[in-house]
Ligand binder design. Structure first.
Ligand code: GLU
Ligand code: ZN
Length: 492
């Protein structure tokens, strides 16, 4: 391929199930490479399997890409010069090309039944030979074909692999060679004429003039087949060149096993629901097989785009580390402008998350407390529990927290704290702190022990945002009323 060819990459998921982080990593690397090279990002939907594909999953894919901010230059909803971008709408094209491959002898009809194939595979295995398709139908005579047809057999169409090894240079792994015994002839059309992934994926990559195929390592074994198919398509004038291939490393989950799509940790929706920021999640996912620099793990998406090169992707398996993902997300939360943070939290201040009467939400209190939350949250969804004491008529009731905090003589402590707080300067958290400190001293308690019953009386929880700022924002009257209610509950 000429080096001057502008980069065209593609993200081409099948709409089955929920999007998972492995898929997002693939989308991200393609997108970053397109943006880095000022190339074109093609988004194609590989929905040729009517039994498994769903419209719901298609909508989720688009919605996820939009949420992540991974935009595309050609694809669903925006179209482009190679439209349509849903394979279900391109079926005639594939049949036409399969026919061309048949006519040119690059493909042939295979009449073997599943049972026959299974039996031969078993026999080859038992004899310690390669167990892929054995080429039985490669050169059927006209009589054999007539015989099979008369039996009512319905053939599949198989691609004829060349008899020489296939070599290509993987952008991540370097030069790779596959010998013919390991890459047998493979099906491209089902007996009912339906085209398979093995055909439609490279055909569309060719028609859409994709220059770089960046995808997961699990697809590496299909690459020699695709390279051979490409060469046939070049001969037929359908393809212009064999694209570059780069296979992104496996992502390992718990117990050093490959992270599976079904793993709950793998679900993109989980990260969305927990309140990851798109940038935080993308930052973390970019580190699965790539690094920004030896001493910097947190960066913006623009910084990533500026630095990203497929040549720097590491072939070794990457380990998915939820704690690190959260830590990076926390850093991105800190990086937001205060107004952006306050807005990003909005969904978690509303139904179905809010556990208060919506009429009691107080914008002024929210704006006052938000900066204290911004420096402490790991994920945005934690905001609800951290601020609900401001908007609820009464704090949440949590027996475990209550028992934990109301130790020793809580009545004595709370009574003194109430007294001291009554006389404090409510325009300063320092003055409120002094009050609780003094109450603690009166009962031989350090600040930590003294503030625990106050915190639970006022917020219902043992942990939360800085207590004295919280009290100041809640206000004197409500704070004292809650301490009174706690004292009453304690039987004082
Ligand atoms: N639709 C295929 C998949 O989701 C695409 C594979 C590829 O990138 O070639 O696995
Ligand atoms: Zn056959």
């Amino acid at each position: 391929m000429a080096n001057a060819t502008p980069v065209r990459v593609r993200f081409c998921p099948s709409p089955t199930g929920n999007p998972h982080v492995g898929l997002v990593r693939t989308a991200l690397f393609n997108w970053a490479y397109a943006r880095h090279t000022q190339g074109t990002m093609v988004f194609r939907i590989e929905d040729t399997d009517a039994a498994r594909d769903s419209e719901e999953s298609y909508n989720q894919l688009l919605d996820s890409m939009r949420w992540l901010g991974l935009d595309w230059d050609e694809g669903p909803e925006i179209g482009g010069p190679h439209a349509p971008y849903r394979q279900s709408q391109r079926m005639d094209l594939y049949k036409e090309i399969a026919q061309k491959l048949l006519d040119a002898g690059h493909a042939y009809k295979c009449y073997c039944s599943t049972e026959e194939l299974d039996a031969r595979r078993e026999a080859a295995r038992a004899a310690g030979k390669p167990s892929g398709y054995d080429g039985k139908c490669r050169a059927l005579t006209a009589d054999e074909i007539t015989g099979y047809e008369a039996e009512g057999r319905e053939p599949i169409v198989r691609f004829r692999m060349p008899d020489e090894p296939i070599t290509f240079t993987d952008l991540v792994r370097g030069e790779l060679t596959f010998t013919p015994e390991n890459v047998p002839d493979y099906g491209i059309l089902r007996a009912n004429g339906a085209p398979l992934y093995t055909l439609v994926n490279p055909v569309d990559d060719a028609l859409m003039e994709i220059t770089h195929v960046l995808r997961g390592e699990d697809l590496l074994s299909s690459t020699p087949r695709q390279v051979a198919l490409y060469k046939a398509l070049i001969e037929l004038g359908v393809a212009k060149y064999v694209p570059h291939f780069g296979h992104l490393p496996y992502v390992m989950g718990e117990g050093n096993k490959k992270l599976s799509k079904r793993d709950p940790q793998a679900s993109l929706n989980l990260y969305r629901e927990r309140g990851f920021l798109p940038e935080g999640l993308l930052n973390y996912l970019s580190l699965l097989g790539w690094s920004f620099s030896a001493d910097q793990d947190v960066f913006s998406i623009d910084e990533m785009v500026a630095a990203f090169d497929i040549a720097d992707v590491n072939a070794n398996p990457a380990r998915f580390d939820l704690k690190k993902a959260e830590a990076i997300n926390a850093d991105h939360i800190r990086r937001l402008a205060p107004e952006a943070f306050a807005e990003a939290c909005r969904p978690w201040l509303q139904a179905p998350h809010a556990n208060w009467d919506p009429a009691d939400f107080d914008e002024t209190a929210w704006q006052a407390i938000a900066p204290h939350a911004q420096t402490r949250l790991t994920v945005l969804s934690d905001i609800t529990a951290n601020v609900d004491f401001l908007f609820r008529k009464e704090p949440v009731e949590d027996e475990a927290s209550w028992t934990k905090a109301m130790k020793g003589d809580p009545v004595a402590l709370l009574t003194t704290a109430r007294e001291k707080l009554t006389g404090a300067d409510w325009s300063s958290p320092d003055s409120l702190k002094e009050a609780v400190l003094a109450a603690g001293e009166a009962h031989g308690l350090k600040l930590g022990k003294a503030q625990a019953p106050v915190r639970v009386a006022v917020t219902g929880r043992t942990v939360g945002l800085p207590l004295f700022e919280s009290l100041e924002i809640l206000g004197k009257e409500r704070t004292l009323a809650r301490i009174d209610a706690a004292l009453a509950k304690l039987g004082a």
